[in-house]
Design a protein around this ligand. Structure first.
Ligand code: PGA
Length: 253
């Protein structure tokens, strides 16, 4: 059975004081009942701080991005080896904000995916269509292409050590969530694409939904057969909301 996972993507938000307060509340509220996987992805600047604060908790650390290159003369970049050294378990790869604002191509995303896995990190591969693409009926083609590039570069076996997040771009930070049925349709499509290459890997692959997930809509999303958790942006900065989402995941587990 796939264990539910809720991952909080803090994006470029936080300060030492607010990070500490948020984590203290998360830890206090989850100490005796967690039962699902919970990850938090703070900005790179705070990875060390958060790693320290998470010690002894059941919450794991993730990064939001990784360099394509190994250590060397790449000003401003953070390598996969550094993320491991900072205590990261996982890393978000190909978030739509990186694809859109920083020009990350499918090919670069695949390279980063490989680099993360080589270092022992669990990549959380983000895929998702824009509103224009959805309205043009291209959703299936877009997410399949985004997944296929990684399958071609890494092979299906690599997905046994990865997570895929379906994040429709039109639902991110907009308050507009995909309906559970819309999300399920894409999740089922992604799983069946992986099953074409390897049924066992497909059956074990955790597929997260992301895009305006909050306590109020989490339970309905998690009730869908192919939705194994959530990648949560805004609501992960509010400890009570994020814990309520994790609780919904646990109920659906
Ligand atoms: P949101 O962000 O929950 O704020 O919509 C989700 C994400 O971008 O991962």
């Amino acid at each position: 059975m796939r264990r539910k996972l809720v991952a909080g993507n803090w994006k470029m938000q936080g300060r030492q004081a607010s990070n500490a307060a948020l984590l203290q509340s998360l830890k206090a509220q989850t100490a005796d009942w967690l039962g699902v996987d919970m990850w938090v992805a703070p900005p790179a600047a705070y990875l060390m701080q958060v790693a320290g604060l998470l010690q002894g908790s059941g919450i794991a650390l993730a990064a939001q991005n990784v360099a394509r290159e190994n250590d060397g003369a790449f000003t401003g970049e953070v390598s996969a080896g550094m993320l491991v050294d900072c205590g990261c378990h996982a890393v978000i790869i190909g978030h739509s904000e990186r694809r859109t604002h920083y020009g990350e191509s499918d090919a670069l995303v695949a390279e980063k995916f490989l680099k993360a896995q080589e270092a022992g990190l669990v990549p959380v591969l983000c895929v998702g269509e824009t509103l224009d693409e959805r309205e043009a009926g291209a959703t299936a083609a877009v997410v399949r292409r985004q997944l296929d590039v990684v399958l071609a570069a890494a092979g299906v076996a690599a997905l046994a050590q990865a997570v895929v997040a379906y994040e429709p771009v039109w639902a991110i930070g907009t308050g507009r969530t995909a309906t559970p049925e819309q999300a399920q349709e894409v999740h089922a499509l992604l799983r069946s694409r992986v099953a074409q290459d390897d049924e066992a890997v497909a059956a074990g692959l955790r597929l997260l939904y992301g895009g305006s997930v909050k306590a109020a809509n989490a339970a309905a999303l998690f009730a869908m057969p192919d939705i194994d958790g959530a990648l949560v942006g805004g609501a992960s900065l509010d400890a009570n909301e994020f814990v309520a989402i994790a609780r919904a995941a646990r109920v659906a587990q």
